[in-house]
Design a protein around this ligand. Structure first.
Ligand code: TNX
Length: 525
């Protein structure tokens, strides 16, 4: 029933957007063209709420995060509507206006979900926790006329279609990864990506902060890491690094959008930038030159060396102190220059160091070859559908984040014509990115062992913000939907229609998306 609704409403969008002139088209948004698909959504035929110059946005009294989310909604709407849209504390819901309230939500929506009711006189988002209000506002955003995303005043009216949504995520972990090591991206660029991923209810941003080609975070106890190790990137450009204040700014910006930052220091492989910065970290005491190519697997920290663990302890200590989130990602992939025994010894030791700094380890699934602490999380990235060491770890209680490279790697080309990206894991167009079930994909790794999904964007070939956007859109929303929506809503046909409905908004937002031929994009988008 719900799927039939999605289909008919989404078709309604596609037809109305292409059949009417732009100003009128802007007023027609489907109640059920939301990505990720909500758990349940019922449109109320013929009912709309109109945002007007008299609309007030109310937020839960005493909740700073609720007021912050209300402020973000106002900040989105003020430039395009030209309305004052004051933000005021109030609960119960007003007779008229938009309200974000931390009461009255069903228990079923948990800590990240929400209930959204749109009637002729009010829009009310209810949640148990502020994260749910933020998620509800992301849904509301998609129900606004696309012109709401303009940065200059647009002609109204500003209708929001009436109905009732109850919504909450399938998985708690819905991640995006940005590799800032192969090419460096500024704080502003990262913040723009945070804005974009949070539209689709992504709640973790994994920053790949170090690799052979660059070290991107200032570490006070080892200053050459950033100053020298951060001074280049793939292709020989100037690279760059985040000061600790920069990194904290990213963490705060993300937190204000209910996105938790996961910093990664990749080790023992992918460490040429560190080894080049400090000769004494090398087994032979000789610093290699900086590296600006794209090979992998040639570098390793010196496992038998005591200084290696002093180094890791100090680096992780500083990073942990700057990171409010629970996780530190230790990499652990493609350590082909480290033998298996050394690798296991190393992973054992690093898990203890991270634990001593009060954080939980995430590592690429290769760490399943070592003995894992009960809390350590493995991130699967291979192209296979079975992995014996990982399945064995899972049988022991290890939880998994799913990032199969042939489904979720945003640096893979869409097809042979795509100029950016790589193709070692194959081509990934929308149907491939969307066409798998994270809870039933890997042998021996069932739904209850899966924390969620992550879409990594490696940046050997990615240099600019338009490059990032071209690879992430429209595939990132596909992975976000797999992480959020119940499997019962899974339908490629329905998804394609709902995804197509995002195109006009991306156009207004200036997001440089790939016009996949698998999607019918509304005319003009
Ligand atoms: C594999 S998958 C890598 C990265 C590369 C990426 C390119 C994994 C954990 N490591 O080092 O950037 O492929 O697609």
């Amino acid at each position: 029933m719900f799927r039939a609704l999605i289909l008919s409403f989404a078709i309604g969008v596609a037809l109305s957007v292409s059949a009417v002139p732009p100003a009128a088209a802007a007023t027609v948004v489907s109640f059920t063209s939301v990505v990720p698909a909500p758990v349940s959504a019922t449109a109320t035929a013929g009912v709309t709420y109109s945002i007007t110059s008299g609309t007030t946005i109310y937020s839960e009294p005493g909740s700073t995060p609720a007021a912050q989310t209300a402020g973000q909604l106002a900040a989105l709407l003020r430039p395009s509507t030209g309305f004052p849209l004051p933000v005021v504390s109030s609960n119960p819901a007003p007779a008229d206006g938009i309200a974000l309230l931390l009461s009255g939500a069903p228990a079923s929506v948990g800590t990240q979900g929400y209930q959204l009711d749109v009637t002729a006189t009010s829009i009310v988002v209810r949640a148990n926790q502020p994260a749910g209000l933020f998620a509800g506002v992301q849904t509301l955003h998609q129900l606004l006329p696309v012109t709401a995303d303009a940065t200059t005043v647009q002609a109204g009216p500003w209708p929001v279609p009436g109905g009732h949504i109850v919504d909450y995520p399938r998985f708690t972990h819905r991640g995006a990864m940005l590799d800032v090591a192969r090419h460096f991206f500024t704080v502003t660029q990262v913040e723009r990506y945070i804005d974009e991923i949070s539209l689709y209810k992504i709640d973790y941003l994994h920053l790949h902060l170090s690799d052979d080609q660059g070290w991107r975070i200032a570490v006070n106890s080892w200053p050459n890491l950033a100053a020298y190790g951060g001074s280049t990137e793939v292709g020989g450009g100037a690279g760059g690094y985040y000061t600790q204040a920069d990194y904290s700014a990213i963490v705060s910006y993300a937190a204000a959008r209910f996105v938790t930052v996961i910093p990664e220091i990749d080790m023992p492989g992918h460490t040429n930038a560190a080894l080049a910065s400090y000769a004494q970290l090398n087994c032979n005491g000789v610093a290699p030159p900086l590296y600006t190519g794209t090979n992998v697997g040639f570098s390793s920290l010196c496992v038998p060396l005591a200084l290696t663990y002093t180094f890791i302890d100090q680096v992780i200590g500083e990073l942990a102190a700057l990171t409010p989130g629970p996780y530190i990602h230790i990499g652990g992939d493609e350590a082909s220059s480290t033998n298996a025994t050394d690798y296991a010894t190393f992973v054992d030791h690093v898990q203890q160091i991270v634990a001593a700094h009060g954080k939980t380890v995430i590592g690429w699934h290769n760490i399943a070859g070592a003995t894992l602490l009960p809390s350590t999380v493995a991130q699967f990235w291979d192209t296979t559908t079975s992995n014996a060491p990982l399945a064995a770890a899972v049988a022991n209680g290890t939880k998994v984040i799913m990032s199969p490279a042939n489904k979720t790697y945003l640096d893979m080309k869409y097809n042979h014509k795509t100029t950016l990206g790589q193709n070692w894991a194959g081509y990934i167009d929308v149907s491939t990115a969307y066409g798998w079930n994270p809870g039933a994909y890997l042998t021996g790794v069932g739904e209850s062992s899966v924390l969620g999904v992550e879409a990594p964007l490696w940046t050997e070939t990615i240099v600019t913000t338009p490059n990032i956007e071209y690879m992430a859109f429209p595939r990132l929303p596909a992975i976000a939907e797999l992480g959020w929506s119940p499997w019962s809503t899974h339908s490629l046909t329905a998804f394609n229609l709902r995804l197509g409905a995002q195109g006009p908004r991306w156009k207004v937002m200036g997001i440089n998306y790939y016009h996949s031929t698998q999607i019918t994009w509304p005319t003009g988008s």
